[in-house]
Write a protein that binds this ligand. Structure first.
Ligand SMILES: Nc1ncnc2c1ncn2[C@@H]1O[C@H](COP(=O)(O)OP(=O)(O)O)[C@@H](O)[C@H]1O
Ligand SMILES: [Mg+2]
Length: 256
């Protein structure tokens, strides 16, 4: 199995806080990989480094481009997105004044409708918009949210806002999806539906997922492999069963 993403000895400091302190890991193509660790262990910071929101203080990030792994650290978020990496945010970033459907149709960066010259050719643009709308409807149906299609974000529960953030990520074509706590605040049944859907996307479309999740009981049921961060360092890694029975991991979570 070839590697799609490689993080090499990445460090990121905020003043005296070592948010990441020499992290190395790989994500295989078609992997469904978990990233766990206690609060403040550096998980979101790692996603921010991978996606170009932060420049690492040390180390590098490489992403597969046909037969080569090429460095992507130093690229800005838009450039990383264009390479084929989509991420969702732990704190949803939606447009509160727009409806659910409008949020899902906001043209993702780099798509056809954005180009003003192409936008003049109404036909191709509206075909793409129609396709996006039907994809959005299908996803809302899958997650039992179709009745909210014309609701404003402010009318949704926190759980539905979180789901919508993830759905918006999944709407966007990419090779690698980084999901930051997709099950946070979402009820158990819906969270399982989300992970089942992610696994189906992986199996049927050869996509890769790297998922931060605090809800270990759900995550562990679905992922192939897990990395554990603690105080900005890799504490443990392995198959779900190996990781949850690792005394170091138990200790870090219980905090003794
Ligand atoms: N922009 C920032 N400025 C200052 N400190 C930060 C910033 N982002 C994260 N940190 C700190 O880095 C550490 C790791 O944070 P984070 O990556 O958000 O953890 P996690 O996602 O695992 O909960 C924490 O101590 C946090 O307070
Ligand atoms: Mg976080």
């Amino acid at each position: 199995m070839s590697v799609i993403l490689e993080v090499r000895d990445v460090a990121k400091y905020f003043g005296g806080v070592k948010a990441l302190d020499g992290v190395s890991l790989t994500v295989p193509e078609r992997g469904l990989i978990g990233l766990i660790g206690p609060n403040g262990s550096g998980k979101t910071t790692l996603f921010n480094v991978i996606t170009g929101f932060y420049v690492p203080d040390r180390g590098s990030v490489l992403f597969r481009e046909s037969n080569d792994l090429v460095r992507i650290d130093g690229l800005n978020p838009n450039e990383v997105f264009k390479k084929g990496i989509v991420r969702t945010f732990q704190i949803p970033r939606l447009f509160n004044s727009l409806t659910v459907l409008e949020n899902l149709l906001v043209t993702p960066l780099g798509q056809k409708g954005e180009n003003p010259v192409r936008a003049l050719f109404r036909n191709s643009w509206s075909k793409q918009e129609r396709e996006l709308a039907s994809k959005a409807i299908e996803l809302l149906k899958t997650f039992n949210m179709l009745h909210y299609v014309n609701s404003k974000i402010s009318e949704l529960s926190a759980a539905h806002i979180k789901m919508l953030e993830t759905i918006r990520g999944l709407m966007t074509p990419a090779k690698l999806y980084l999901l930051d706590e997709p099950a946070a605040g979402v009820d158990y049944a819906m969270a399982r539906e989300l992970f089942t859907y992610v696994r189906k996307l992986r199996d049927e479309h050869n996509l890769t997922f790297f998922i931060i999740e605090h809800r270990l009981e759900i995550l562990m049921e679905y992922v192939d492999y897990v990395y554990v961060l603690h105080n900005g360092k890799l504490l443990s890694e392995g198959k779900p069963q190996e990781v949850i029975s690792d005394p170091k991991v138990i200790e870090a979570y219980i905090g003794v």
